[in-house]
Structures are given as structure tokens and as C-alpha cells.
Design a binder for this molecule. Sequence first.
Ligand code: KG4
Ligand code: ZN
Length: 339
Amino acid sequence: MRILALESSCDESAVAVFDGRMGLLAHELYSQVDLHSLYGGVVPELASRDHVKRLLPLLEQALRKADCVRTDIDGIAYTAGPGLVGALLTGAALGRSLAYAWGVPAVGVHHLEGHLLAPLLDPDPPPLPHVALLVSGGHTLLAEVRAFGAYRILGETRDDAAGEAFDKSAKLLGLGYPGGPELAALAAGGRPGVLEFPRPMLDRPGLEFSFSGLKTAVRLAVEAAPLDAQRRADIAQGVQTAIVETLVAKALRALEATDLDALVVAGGVGANRALRTTLTAAVAARGGRVWYPRVEFCTDNAAMIAVVGHQRLAAGFREPLIVTARSDWPLDSLEPARA
Ligand code: KG4
Ligand code: ZN
């Protein structure tokens, strides 16, 4: 089965072509980051309008790169949620309509299931079951991945996501959007231990996160003394360390609670070097191993939607002839998908 996949849940328009036997044939992406950087965050209406412009040219490009024509496509997958509902609707409307016009089945894919299963695109995929740490701009959660479609949420953030904590702290330091990579670069020149920030919820049992207090602590640090280059770097260092240590400690707790030793890190924050180094060492120290999908599959992309869509279409999942987008969609409400 060869499928076309569309992703448009936030500020990335992406299209991929995936073949059940040959694997990923093409994946094209357009990031709207420059459009939204003017405003310091994603503007939902601008995102939807830009997806409308970008998706069809990306689709043509993806088909060309995959060296196939539309009659080679056996099914269409699109991100149906969670995300910005207007942005989701552009991909869902295009995907559902094309499937109808081409006479092939369509399936709506859960964006987070895409992130969770992106590591399957790697030549050395993680074993099942494993624990997944999903850390993006919109989500921070730990889940037990038992089988395709069978997920148990172990803990989630009560407020801001880890990526949001990076982005908001970066904004307070006068950095651009998205702030995560810029804050990480600035932190490299900071002195470890000079400024300590709270490790939210680390002192309590459980696997919940809370990052919203961090931005207040950063604001106080920014206002407390003149913000020269060294102080900015020290603040960045302190914030990054607080976020990383919190994520690492909870990830270790999740491995312990589930008695598993395989951890998969997904989502944009998974690109963070400090997180990777600390987590890899901490998990190895207890005899486990961490899997990181390639950075291009860590951030939003359509290849991960294609992997899930392929499995679900092969297992017989079908979308009725209506366009559905869900801004809110609990991950553990998904049905397992066995081909
Ligand atoms: O998964 P993603 O591309 O989009 C969704 O939110 O779905 O994640 C984007 C988030 C942003 O908050 C961005 O600042 C953060 O990932 N990020 C990073 C790094 N690269 C991206 N955060 C810290 N360090 C990085 N190197
Ligand atoms: Zn995402």
C-alpha cells in the first residue's frame, strides 16, 4: 500500500509519500516560522491561510520526488487533531476531498501518535513496549507505548509544555521565536550553577509536570540585575538545566514505575543537546537505552503521519465522508491498530 500523508496541525505544512514495502519515498515541509516570528508566537488565522497556499505545491513536489503519480496512491492520511482547529481543517479538508476524488480510503491521524511512532522510521527502531517522553511546544507527557495504538498516559503537564517554557524564557531574554534552539545556544556560554531555577514538581511523587512557574522565576532574574551578556547566558544556562533535570528525573521515574528499560524521546525539545547528553547517561547508568528519532522526524513532519496512517489504513481504519478535525483528542482513547 502506498499512501500520501498531510500534516497541518500548527505552523508546519508537510506532505509525505510512504510505501508499505519500500518505506518513506518523500517528505516535504514548509515551516511558517518566519511568518509567526514577527508576533513572537503562532497566530492561528495566519497559520490556516498559509497552509492553504502551501499544501498543494508541497503535494506536487512530494509526488514528483517519490517518482509517482496520483494513480499510484492507495490511501490518504491527514492529521485530524489535536492542534489549531483552523489549521487542522485545511489539511483534513484537502486530504478527505482528494481521497474522495481519487477513489481511495482516507484516515485521520492523531498528531501525538505520529510523534510517538516517528522512531519507527529509523533503521534501528525501539522495542515494544517502551516509555515515550513527548516534549514539544504544545505537549509534555510520559506514556507507556505497549503496541501500535495502545498507549497509557503516565503523566502530563498541568500547564505549560516544556517547549513553551523554553520559548517563553527565551522571549524574556529578548531572543527570537521559536526560542528553544536560541536559548540552548545562549546557554552554552553560561556558567553552570551560578543561577538556580526551580525544578517544578520534582519534590513531589508522581509523573506530572508543571512549567508555568519557571517563567516568573526567569522574569524576576531578568529584572534583578543589569542584563549584560554574561548574565543572559547564565540565566539561559540555569533555565535549560532546570527543564532538563526535571525531564530526566521524571523519565527515570517512569521507567522505574513501568519496569521498562527502553525510553524514546519525541517532539521538538528532543533536539536539545543538553537533554540528550544528560538523559542518555542517566538511563545507561540504570542499564537502559534511549532512542531519539532523527531531528527531522522529532519536529512536526508528515513522515510520522504517514507511518501511522499506513498502519491504520492497513488495519482497516476508514474516515467517513465528512471532514473532521479535533482540537482536543485524548491519546489514550485511540483504538489499537493491528494490520
Ligand atoms: O515538536 P515541535 O516541532 O512542534 C510542536 O510543538 O508540535 O516542537 C517545537 C518546540 C518549540 O517550543 C521549540 O522551541 C522547541 O521545540 N525546540 C527546542 C529545541 N529545538 C526545538 N527546545 C530546546 N532546545 C532545542 N534545541
Ligand atoms: Zn508536534
